[in-house]
Write a protein that binds this ligand. Structure first.
Ligand code: SME
Length: 160
């Protein structure tokens, strides 16, 4: 049994630091990337409040393919440049979207989603995956969340 859990009342910075620490600890020494992505998605879901989807899309032959996640079933393949995930993968830049309905080309996998944060995972300067977080609340994510998930992406890039 694993007993990682957020501490009630902690600051957002501490929450993200603890999430990163839990992800590092849980994936330490495990070479299977799918298993690691599955546990990291579960940790994100456990640590971060107000999400309706959390998981990975992996770069496979030049397109994004659905990876381990928590949430409703989602679209399986996303072309480079398509949607928020494709924009993150193509640009290599974090996409912080306070209102998904205002994002041109947003792909609606879950009608409940109102805001989204997508962070590319880079290994040796190449995008190998993206971490996608959806929330039913508008403007759920801020710069602290973006920096936190970027640190998570950097911390697990060699393990997925
Ligand atoms: N909304 C994403 C698609 C993936 S789902 O949110 C899980 C996008 O526009 O790329």
């Amino acid at each position: 049994m694993f007993s990682f859990a957020p501490t009630p009342g902690q600051s957002k910075a501490d929450l993200h630091a603890d999430l990163l620490g839990a992800a590092r600890a849980l994936t330490d020494g495990e070479p299977d990337g799918i298993a690691n992505m599955a546990n990291i998605a579960a940790l994100i879901w456990q640590f971060l409040p107000d999400l309706n989807w959390a998981g990975f899309y992996r770069m496979v032959d030049g397109a994004l393919v659905l990876g381990p996640f928590v949430g409703k079933p989602a679209c399986i393949r996303i072309a480079m440049g398509q949607g928020v995930c494709g924009a993150a993968a193509q640009s290599g830049q974090t996409q912080l979207v306070p209102d998904v309905h205002a994002f041109p080309g947003h792909i609606a996998c879950d009608d409940a989603s109102r805001s989204e944060l997508v962070v590319p995972v880079l290994r040796d300067g190449v995008v190998i995956a993206v971490i996608d977080l959806d929330s039913p609340s508008p403007a759920r994510f801020d710069d602290d969340d973006a920096r936190g998930i970027e640190a998570l992406a950097a911390g697990i890039a060699a393990r997925i």
